[in-house]
Design a protein around this ligand. Structure first.
Ligand code: DLL
Length: 433
């Protein structure tokens, strides 16, 4: 189902025309209403009229998360507070909270792009959506709530946590779609098994999972555990919340709603725009937001983009690749770049390792030490020691092969790594660099 075919499947030249028209208006408002942008434009001898087409975009300096923090709490708003309908604060993935605000029209836009998201993922108005993203200041709960309402589905607003109750409601209500972080979906499946419920036999047929990076191996594991389709959804508070990009059932990149959020991929070091297929940092410009317009916002997530229309669903919205990591969670261990998602891929490709792990980095006498704690299945843990040793060596060899870095692997008992109801914490970096 395509919720907004007119826009989602727009011919590329009409799309560009629409984007440019919206860009000109967005730049004008940002300049006239937000002191920060007026200052940045003036300092760079730039006038809003200089931005006519998408090719002019790179004249505008980037906006950083720090600009939001420096203007805490309401300095970046383009509307007076009495026009603000809702205010959120993002935990972000690192650092202090940033404040984001919505007018009533912004909430309507959010509902609209989230309804598109649900439909793109494969949900329909007949679905019962159990929404286990946290409600509150975190953008996941309400974003999904608004979208399900707009789509016309039935929504069960469980919020995150209380896993036993989640499972009971899935069974009693016959929920068909689960929305939560990928790590929480694994946790729920495990809790289900532990209490004698096979998640494969529940009515859940679709999971719309995001808010944290996850690998293809993790997807396979989740789909297997739940016997459901697991769809990746991407977004961030500053831009709108969830509802920026989402996969269609072909799972061949996330369709990014570029009629509202214009994407660029840049080399994070030089700031230069990369062509399709080049991996770099995502930069987004809001084209239609009222309360918090952002021009060329450095998102910090690493991906690539293709503008090829999707053969599977017919959408012309460009597609970004599954988020590969962040510009700022990349670990450098003994001079080697390591992304937690790469370690996860290795772990999940080894039989017996569970998708619960913790990466601990220490520095001992000037040398980095990478330790990976991995849970193993109960069955293996009760097996003889030899089995465990073989598994440990296998993981450690694989990591060295794939990442080119040695890691001490510590196998831990089932259920000993702390579970998260929201975003899982995967890395502890004890080094002072
Ligand atoms: O996490 C928005 C969201 C909620 C997306 C629910 C999907 C589902 P923030 O708390 O502002 O917003 O965090 C945004 O989370 O810059 C990424 O680093 C990370 N992130 C979000 N979705 C994905 C994903 C929400 N699908 C930050 N894959 C972003 C990888 C993701 N990382």
């Amino acid at each position: 189902m395509i919720f907004d075919e007119k826009h989602e499947c727009m011919p590329l030249d009409s799309l560009r025309e629409l984007q440019e028209k919206r860009l000109r208006a967005a730049v004008k408002v940002a300049y006239e209403k937000v002191a920060h942008y007026k200052r940045v434009f003036d300092e760079n001898r730039l006038k809003p009229e200089d931005i006519k087409t998408l090719d002019d975009l790179d004249k505008i300096p980037f906006t950083y998360k720090n600009d939001l923090r420096d203007n805490y709490p309401f300095g970046m708003l383009a509307v007076p507070l009495h026009d603000v309908a809702e205010i959120h604060a993002s935990s972000g993935t690192t650092g202090n909270p940033t404040v984001v605000a919505y007018t009533k029209n912004d909430i309507a836009l959010w509902s609209h792009v989230m309804a598109r998201t649900f439909a793109c993922a494969g949900a329909t108005p007949n679905d019962i959506v159990q929404n286990a993203y946290g409600y509150g200041l975190f953008t996941g709960g309400l974003g999904f709530h608004y979208g399900a309402l707009e789509l016309g589905a039935s929504i069960v607003p469980t919020s995150s946590g209380q896993t036993k109750r989640q499972l009971k409601l899935i069974q009693d209500f016959g929920s068909t779609v689960i929305t939560c972080t990928p790590s929480y979906s694994v946790h729920m499946a495990e809790e289900a098994m532990a209490s004698g419920i096979d998640p494969r036999t529940t009515t859940i047929r679709l999971g719309i999972l995001g808010a944290e990076p996850w690998s293809e191996e993790m997807r396979r594991e989740i789909e297997e555990k739940w016997a459901m389709d697991a769809i990746d959804i991407y977004g961030l508070s500053e831009i709108i919340g969830p509802g920026v990009a989402v996969e269609c059932p072909a799972k061949n990149g996330l369709h990014l709603f570029s009629d509202h959020f214009f994407p660029e991929i840049i080399n994070p070091e030089t700031g230069e725009r990369l062509p399709d297929g080049g991996r770099g940092e995502l930069v987004l410009t809001t084209l239609t937001k009222e309360a918090l317009p952002l021009l060329r916002f450095r998102v910090g997530d690493i991906t690539s983009i293709t503008h090829e229309p999707c053969e599977a669903c017919g959408r012309t919205m460009p597609r970004i690749a599954k988020i590969f990591g962040r510009t700022d969670d990349m670990l450098i261990v003994r001079g080697i770049n390591v992304f937690p998602s790469q370690i996860e891929s290795v772990l999940l490709s080894v039989e017996g390792a569970e998708p619960h792990y913790l990466i601990v980095v220490d520095r001992e006498r000037g040398l980095d030490r990478l330790e990976i704690q991995v849970e193993v299945s109960q069955q293996l843990f009760t097996d003889e020691v030899k089995g465990l040793e073989t598994l440990r060596d296998k993981i450690s060899d694989e990591i060295e092969n794939v990442l080119g870095v040695k890691a001490a692997v510590k196998l831990v008992e089932p259920q000993t790594i702390e579970r998260s109801m929201g975003k899982a914490k995967r890395v502890i970096d004890n080094r002072r660099i």
